[in-house]
Design a protein around this ligand. Structure first.
Ligand SMILES: Nc1ncnc2c1ncn2[C@@H]1O[C@H](COP(=O)(O)OP(=O)(O)OP(=O)(O)O)[C@@H](O)[C@H]1O
Ligand SMILES: Cc1ncc(COP(=O)(O)O)c(N)n1
Length: 263
């Protein structure tokens, strides 16, 4: 049986991040990808030119259509735009018997806001508590907890601060530090350090979405959280190494790098 994985996220018209990155990742990792769109962005390699959220009823209806008939083995969330959508999605996740990977998307790589400032409190108090794994980057950690990380040693403090909001596991992504690309996965008792060589490639649009979707895909296949995150890190590292130029700005990671390696 092919596991079903659902992304609840925004559309990136340029195809490098958001729902498009999620579905490509799911295909590459051998699961059936499904989507609940929360917002539509006009976006390309240069930035986000516009964003429109969907009505709460549209998000709820898409979710019910998928979960009630087809069923899901894992869910991933990305851009949720507003407090109302964050709270709706948190409530839907709480009623779903499947692991949830929550990527608390705040700002795009170009600095465009993808989440209203008024939604931060709902992320802290409603969404993080229902996450099996939360995957904030360092900017999101600072926004959500006030903890600023400038070195690898400080990742532990960031992880403890995020765990304080109640996710089962947290993966703090240190991709924005210099040196190796080091992330810390912990549930407060176990610690797993994930280290990969930094690829000197500016075409990294979609790294966060890709990593979170890869984790959800591996969880759906029945792997434990540490196994799922290790496999997802390997996949995203290869995708970053193969990231390619597109348009005039930052190009996407290559979701199909494993297929191309053999072609
Ligand atoms: N240049 C790089 N080389 C190798 N790995 C990287 C590089 N940049 C980021 N990573 C890794 O990619 C994953 C995503 O981390 P990152 O911090 O980029 O997420 P993000 O900030 O949510 O994504 P984005 O910056 O696209 O919004 C992490 O595992 C991180 O360590
Ligand atoms: C619709 C949408 N969702 C998320 C992101 C962040 O992308 P990432 O952190 O993976 O680069 C984005 N740029 N656009």
């Amino acid at each position: 049986m092919i596991p079903n994985v659902l992304t609840v996220a925004g559309s990136d018209s340029g195809g490098g991040a958001g729902v498009q990155a999620d579905l490509k990742t799911m295909l590459a990792l051998g699961v059936h990808g499904m989507s609940v769109l929360t917002a539509v962005t006009a976006q390309n390699s240069l930035g986000v030119q516009g964003a429109w959220e969907l009505p709460v009823e549209a998000v709820r209806a898409q979710y019910r259509s998928v979960v009630d008939d087809i069923g899901v083995q894992a869910v991933k969330t990305g851009m949720l735009a507003s407090a109302e959508l964050v709270e709706t999605v948190a409530e839907l996740l709480a009623g779903t018997d499947a692991p949830a990977v929550v990527d608390p998307v705040g700002v795009s790589k170009h600095g465009d806001s993808l989440l209203a400032a008024s939604a931060l409190d709902s992320v802290r108090t409603k969404l993080l508590p229902v996450a099996t794994v939360a995957t904030p980057n360092l900017d999101e950690v600072a926004q959500l907890t006030g903890v600023r990380v400038e070195s690898e040693e400080q990742l532990r403090r960031a992880a403890a601060a995020v765990l304080g909001y109640g996710p089962r596991w947290v993966l703090i992504k240190g991709g924005h530090l210099s040196g190796d690309a080091v992330d810390l996965l912990t549930d407060g008792s176990e610690e797993h350090w994930l280290r990969a060589p930094r690829h000197d490639n500016r075409h990294t649009h979609g790294t966060g979405c890709t990593l979170a979707s890869a984790i959800a895909s591996q969880l759906a296949k029945g792997h434990s959280v540490p196994e799922a995150v290790a496999a997802a890190k390997e996949y995203v590292t290869g995708a970053i190494a193969a990231g390619f130029a597109l348009g005039g700005g930052i190009g996407p990671v290559d979701h199909g790098w494993r297929f191309r390696a053999g072609s």
